[in-house]
Design a protein around this ligand. Structure first.
Ligand code: HEM
Length: 492
């Protein structure tokens, strides 16, 4: 048995499971397969092996407990986004420093530095929501670049974009068509376009050595086309922030905290390589944080519109704490367990990254008697894990109360932010930005199902985008201020 891979759907000669690979919401198909083949499922495509972990136990046993060998990334991603923090090999000499820099700049103590900026952006968000709730929802979608027809809408009011850029660089998003937001969104679209490139390149990475005029090297031409905007995404904000620091007119940020303008000053000299790492870690804050947090806020709107009782319970809790209508801050969180439970349940019910990011194992391993060969891509099916009835009874029911009481169910934060040495370094910041957003939105607004032209409620008909970061599309709901006074006082 030790030479056997974990079970999986039957393979065809040469192409393996290619004919069965799901093209839409693969996490659902993988979860179905796990009922037949067990929680650890093998998939083969030509010579490539992928192992999908569909249970909490297998994900924690392998990706967390054996993280020393399960923390590499597959090569294909590295080809798409060279030097990107997300794809950096765990064997790369720069990896520990990348991680250290991100964790030190984004841990709970460090994020306190950004509280004022977060609260300021929050006021902008609440005002924007009051002024044009419909547009706000469109903006969320624009932000994720799922709908090209919406891309021209102003993204400047986006709470998350603004927070990410302020925290990363101390940059304040300007009114409409902000140049950094536009640039970064163009680069995000380029990355999405590259991900849709021919699959054979992913399967046979050696094709990257073909000259770009070669017929099969289409992907290489696409990389060359998109490279300038992807490079600009990291270097333009970097150069802006550097100039600000050098002129002494900067706002405190992740960047300013790590950047040393003069190499000879300070106890740690800053060389070319360290600057390069800082450039990519700063960009990772936007790339990693913006779409994910936005997706969670979108799911929150959807769930509040369909679960009025949960919404009212959360609002009653908020009203008891801040009857006077002030802005809720992170210091209030300890008094708001139900609101915190709404946040946890939103991320459990609609995990933002249903398949996380792929890991790669760096040496042969044995698990439950099966072989997991060196080089295998290992994917945690986060969606299946947060819908596992053994961990979360009645998993399809949205029930914040499951996270409360003497014996709360397992904290979904243990799963939704990934695992081991690759666990999301922005988890604390994400939790804080999300808490601030949802608590204050609940304090100020009521969220209900959208109405049709005759004023009748319309059942939401959302579809979940198939991508690394999913998102409820076709999202519509009715957002109305709970009371004009309350709104006026918290956005004053
Ligand atoms: C609701 C919000 C978020 C969710 C659900 C989320 C989830 C994830 C997941 C599942 C991974 C992959 C972990 C793995 O490979 O096992 C990840 C990686 C990452 N996330 Fe997040 N994330 C969120 C917000 C953020 C924020 C706010 C930031 C930055 C400030 C961020 C920065 C990153 C980075 C840089 C990585 C790559 C880590 C690495 O490859 O070593 N994320 N995130």
């Amino acid at each position: 048995k030790h030479n056997l891979l974990p079970p999986g759907p039957p393979v065809r000669f040469l192409t393996g499971n290619l004919h069965q690979r799901p093209t839409s919401q693969p996490w659902l198909t993988y979860a179905d397969w796990s009922k037949q083949y067990g929680p650890v499922v093998t998939l083969r495509t030509f010579h490539k092996t992928e192992i999908i972990l569909n249970s909490a136990r297998s994900a924690l046993d392998l990706l967390d407990a054996r993280s020393a060998v399960y923390s590499d990334r597959p090569v294909s991603g590295r080809i798409i986004a060279r030097s990107s923090m997300f794809q950096l090999s765990s064997m790369d000499a720069r990896f520990p420093q990348y991680r250290r820099m991100l964790l030190a700049g984004l841990n709970r103590r460090a994020t306190q530095r950004y509280r004022a900026a977060q609260e300021q952006q929050l006021t902008v968000l609440l005002r924007g929501l009051a002024k044009d709730p419909e547009a706000f929802l469109a903006l969320i979608q624009t932000y994720v670049c799922v709908c090209p027809s919406l891309v021209s809408l102003p993204t400047a009011h986006s709470y998350v974009a603004a927070i990410a850029l302020r925290i990363a660089y101390g940059y304040q998003v300007s009114a409409e068509k902000d140049r950094f937001v536009t640039l970064i969104e163009s680069a995000s679209r380029a990355i999405i376009a590259l991900r849709q490139s021919p699959f054979y390149f992913e399967l046979f990475p050696f094709l990257r050595f073909l000259p770009s005029w070669f017929p099969l090297a289409e992907f290489k031409r696409a990389v060359a086309k998109h490279k300038p905007v992807m490079d600009a995404m990291v270097s333009v904000p970097f150069n802006w922030a550097k100039t600000k620091i050098e002129s002494g007119s900067h706002e405190e940020s992740f960047f300013s905290h790590h950047f040393r303008p003069d190499e000879s000053v300070g106890d740690v000299p800053q060389g070319e390589e360290e600057r390069e790492i800082l450039k990519w870690t700063s960009a990772a804050i936007y790339v990693g944080g913006a779409h994910t947090t936005t997706s969670a806020i979108a799911s929150f709107f959807l769930l509040m519109s369909t679960h009025p009782a949960a919404q009212q319970t959360a609002q009653a809790e908020i009203d008891r704490i801040v009857g006077n209508g002030r802005l809720l801050t992170l210091d209030d969180q300890k008094h708001l367990p139900y609101v915190t439970a709404v946040l946890k349940e939103t991320l459990r019910w609609a995990p933002v990254a249903p398949l996380g990011l792929p890991h790669k194992v760096t040496r042969d391993d044995i698990y439950d008697g099966y072989l997991i060969p060196k080089g295998t891509t290992v994917i945690a099916n986060i969606w299946a894990i947060t819908h596992d009835p053994e961990v979360y009874p009645n998993p399809f029911v949205f029930d914040p109360a499951r996270h409360l009481g003497e014996t709360p169910q397992r904290d979904p934060f243990d799963f939704v932010f990934g695992y081991g040495r690759r666990v999301c370094p922005g988890a604390t910041l994400a939790e804080e930005s999300l808490f601030l957003a949802i608590a204050n939105i609940l304090a100020a607004f009521s969220i209900a199902k959208a109405h049709d032209a005759e004023g009748k409620e319309v059942e939401p008909n959302v579809e979940w985008r198939t991508a690394t970061v999913t998102f409820p599309t076709n999202l519509r709901c009715l957002i109305v201020p709970r009371s004009p006074d309350m709104l006026a006082s918290i956005t004053m």
